[in-house]
Write a protein that binds this ligand. Structure first.
Ligand SMILES: Nc1ncnc2c1ncn2[C@@H]1O[C@H](COP(=O)(O)OP(=O)(O)OP(=O)(O)O)[C@@H](O)[C@H]1O
Length: 300
């Protein structure tokens, strides 16, 4: 019998995870015929540990039930594993960028029904130093400020919680000296933020990198520079219109590999969680995991 592991964070989704996990179990066991193991996380990195054991025991499917934090920890269990189970995603977080990019319904009941879909999508992941990411890496003072947005603010304001915090930081005019080396050359200068995105949805803004598709084998990179009180507003409008890369104070490029360093201590944010300090080295892992997506999803 095929084996599935459900990795569930009971603290995500306003404590509703326990209710949904029974429904996920029923769908996998009764409708699809899996042998099901349920693993409940109790602390940070449990999801990674559980996913490593699912890889080693050659499970067919791992389903992440939680927010982007749980998903990020789950996919990190795939690092350097020769056998990587298929991935199912039940989004219970406040932003759910990965589910948005793959058109997995944000309504958990509908997402559970998607698990019986026969459609799989080969999805790129990327490596940053000694971990994986599925969505986005940001570096710089602005990235650090965005890490401080609380779940409460995100539930209240959605993606605009990031916008509000970002605008506040930019008005403080704080920049970091960055050196960014990619397939097309090197950029050096002062910038409040560098972003490398794998999918179109970043921080709930589904328009940040509209050209990014989940399997294009590329990192879509943005360097915002020279942002002041006036052009912050125009950059915000460009972001909402899906045209950030064309803004005059934005450097945009795609690459398979990029490294970022600084002469000052600079923090990063990886898939919405605090990440390693600079220097960082990132490279794409094309079509690294198969994800169950809705039969009719029109995914970029
Ligand atoms: N039992 C637990 N209690 C508290 N925290 C946990 C537990 N299990 C895992 N965690 C941690 O909770 C963090 C946040 O989880 P996750 O992102 O899934 O939920 P969320 O906070 O509801 O979503 P979002 O980040 O989108 O607001 C994870 O990074 C994980 O380390």
């Amino acid at each position: 019998m095929k084996q599935a592991m459900i990795i569930m964070n009971p603290s995500s989704g306003k404590e509703k995870a326990l209710e949904y996990v029974r429904k996920v179990e029923d769908a996998l066991r009764e409708e699809i015929g899996y042998d099901v193991v349920i693993k409940e996380t109790t602390q940070e990195l449990d999801a990674t540990k559980f996913c490593v054991s699912a890889c080693q025991d050659k499970f067919d499917l791992v389903v992440s039930v939680g927010g982007d934090g749980t998903l990020h920890e789950t996919i990190n269990g795939l690092l350097d594993q020769p056998h990587r189970p298929k991935l199912g995603v039940i989004p219970l977080g406040t932003v759910n960028d990965f589910a948005r990019a793959l058109h997995i319904p944000l309504d958990p009941d509908q997402a559970i029904r998607t698990l019986s879909s026969t459609r799989l999508r080969q999805v790129d992941m990327a490596r940053i130093n000694d971990q994986l990411f599925a969505n986005v890496v940001a570096a710089g003072s602005l990235a650090d400020a965005l890490s401080s947005v609380t779940s409460e603010e995100k539930s209240k304001l959605g993606a605009f919680a990031y916008f509000k915090q970002g605008a506040k930081e930019l008005l403080g005019n704080s920049v970091s000296p960055l050196r960014i080396t990619h397939d097309g050359g090197t950029w050096e200068g002062d910038a409040p933020i560098f972003i490398a995105a794998l999918t179109n949805s970043v921080g709930g803004f589904e328009n940040l990198a509209p050209d990014a598709s989940v399997d294009d084998g590329l990192l879509h990179c943005f360097i915002l520079h020279d942002l002041n009180i006036f052009n912050t507003l125009t950059a915000g409008v460009s972001l909402l219109l899906g045209n950030l890369k064309a803004h005059k104070d934005v450097e945009y490029f795609t690459t398979k590999r990029v490294s970022v360093s600084s002469t000052e201590p600079v923090k990063t944010n990886v898939d919405g969680e605090p990440g390693p300090a600079l220097p960082i080295e990132m490279h794409i892992l094309p079509s690294h995991v198969q994800v169950i997506v809705p039969e009719d999803a029109e995914i970029a």
